[in-house]
Each structure stands twice: as C-alpha cells, then as structure tokens.
Design a protein around this ligand. Structure first.
Ligand code: GDP
Ligand code: MG
Length: 301
C-alpha cells in the first residue's frame, strides 16, 4: 500500500520587518522572497513550495496587515485578509519586544475572525534572552488562544525544523498540488524584477522611499550560445530620485546591475546580459492603471 501524503497551504502574517521572508527562505532553502531591512518590501502574495517525501506545504508570504495609506496599501491589506481564511494554518510572526505592539494588536483583531489555527512564532530569539521570550509569549497568549507557540531564529535557523514538525500536525492528507521540484509559482520575470528591486532598495538606503517599481520588458535567450538578454526599467516618482538611482556617472545603477546580475544568473542558470533603464512615473502608487501595469491587480487576489 502506498504511504500517505499530506499537503496544505500555510500563510505567514506579521508586521513588516519581523522576518517572514527570511523564514520562508530558510524553510525552502532557496532565495525566493526578497529580503531587506526596510519595512514592506514584499508587495505580492509570493507562494513558495516545500516538498518532502511525505508532504508538501505551500507557503504564502502575506504582505503586512496595516492601515492602507494609498491604493497599493489597500491592495496589500485585501490580499492578506483573503488569504487567511483559505489556509490550513497561519503562522503569526512577532518580534520579542518589551510589550505587545499596537500594530500586532491590529493583526490579532483580524485573527479573531479567522477559522484557521494560528501558530505564534516568536522570531529573532537570537537577539534577546530567554526571560524576554517567556514574557513575550505570556503577554501575547493573553490576547489570543494560539494553537501552538514556537520561538525561533529564522536568521540562524534555530528551531525552524521544530516549527516545521509542529506545522505538519495541521496539514491534512492531500494530493501533491505542484511538481516536486517546483519551489515557487512565480514567473521568472517577476522574481527577476523583485531581485532588482531588492538590490536597489538595499543600495539606495534611505535616499529613496518605497516609490520604485521594476518592470522586465525583455527576457530572451540568444539564438547562439546560452546568454539571456534581460532588459529592465526602474520606475521612480521624481526626477531627483532618477538622479540618485543613476548616481554619479552611472555608478549607482551599475552597482545595482552588478548585484542583480549575480542573483538572476543563479535563478536562470545561465549568463545574462542585463540592461537597466530608469524612468519617472509620478504617483504610480495611487494609479489603478499603473498598479495593474506592474501586476498588482486586486481582481487577481
Ligand atoms: P519581512 O518584512 O517580515 O519579510 O522581514 P524580512 O524577512 O525582510 O526581515 C527583515 C529584517 O530582519 C532583515 O534585515 C533580516 O535579516 C532580519 N531578520 C529576520 N529574521 C531574523 C532573526 O531571526 N534574527 C535576527 N537577528 N534578524 C532577523
Ligand atoms: Mg517580506
């Protein structure tokens, strides 16, 4: 008789910057979600897929639940809320702060309406002592009846296997939804554009707010050899931003390109020739048309 197979969907929620993308990358073991030390880096519902001999878990990296400030924000909140009721379990990530944060209280309010079991994951345990962890667990558990509580360090990998074992209890018997060797359902173009956006955000530090988007207009294998031509455009909101992104004599853009090229070559498994353009599109975050153009279409949620 064939062994039983288990499969399910798990959502990650938590304030921006708590380490959701880091955890997902740790569990899957490949770089899929982009990581930066700035909040709200993750804009899309990224699915990554972990397949082992007897189970498959599809992780959904949910953008932070927060009060929307513009159309892009609204899209992100809606997407997060829809996801929560469709999954087999929710991982609620927090950081070990010295009190329950207001933004976490907002998330807990939302979770009150969710039927899926919620696992409290106290991340960044490498940054504090045990006493603090106990206190955090205690104060959060007073506000919600969590199905499980697991302290981890996504960064160092502490307890992440334990988290997986705990999570498996909530995964029902089911089919393999995706091929065993598939680690994400995101198209390569989208991952490539996210890689460029990540590199730009990292290098630009605080000089540019989140008003950039990246579009890949070309990704094509050359007829001879295996070089892939990749053409990308970075959209920003102001002329002054454009200047900063390009940098003195193009130095900044060159750096962004060099860093991105390395990761995209890893992604595609072939050398690439990368060309990046910078264009100004004012107020793109408030425009339905431009949001759709960049793939953030609320009808796709
Ligand atoms: P997200 O916004 O929730 O997806 O958070 P990210 O995964 O992008 O992480 C935000 C920042 O926290 C990054 O600088 C990570 O390196 C850092 N980080 C994530 N997990 C840990 C952890 O377990 N320990 C420490 N010290 N830093 C972490
Ligand atoms: Mg993230």
């Amino acid at each position: 008789m064939a062994n039983k197979f288990y499969s399910g969907f798990v959502s990650l929620v938590g304030r921006p910057n708590v380490g959701k993308s880091t955890l997902m990358n740790r569990l899957i073991g490949e770089k899929i979600a982009i990581i930066s030390n700035k909040p709200q880096t993750t804009r899309n519902k990224v699915q990554s897929i972990l397949t082992k001999e007897d189970f498959q878990i599809v992780f959904i990296d949910t953008p932070g639940i927060h009060k929307p400030k513009h159309k892009l924000g609204e899209y992100m909140v809606k997407s997060a809320e829809t996801t929560l009721n469709e999954v087999d379990a929710v991982l609620f990530l927090i950081e070990p702060a010295d009190r329950v944060l207001e933004s976490d209280k907002l998330i807990i309010d939302k979770l009150a309406k969710v039927k899926s079991p919620v696992i409290l994951v106290v991340n960044k345990m490498d940054m504090v002592d045990r006493e603090r962890i106990y206190k955090v667990i205690d104060s959060y558990s007073k506000l919600y009846d969590f199905a499980e509580v697991v302290p981890i360090s996504a960064f160092e990998g502490t307890n992440t296997e334990l988290l997986l074992e705990t999570l498996k209890k909530y995964i029902p018997e089911g089919p393999m939804y995706f091929p065993a060797d598939m680690i994400t359902d995101q198209p390569e173009r989208q991952i490539a554009s996210e890689i460029i956006r990540e590199k730009a955000l990292r290098l630009l530090q605080d000089e540019i707010p989140h008003g950039i988007a990246v579009e890949i207009s070309e990704m094509k294998k050359r007829n001879e050899g295996n070089v892939v031509d990749v053409t990308a455009t970075i959209y920003c909101e102001k002329d002054s931003h454009k200047g900063i992104i390009i940098g003195k004599q193009g130095a900044m853009l060159k750096k962004i390109g060099t860093n991105a090229r390395h990761d995209i070559e890893k992604l595609l498994g072939s050398p690439i020739y990368l060309q990046i353009w910078v264009k100004v599109k004012k107020d793109w975050r408030d425009s339905d048309f431009l949001l759709k153009n960049f793939g953030y279409d609320s009808r796709n949620i």
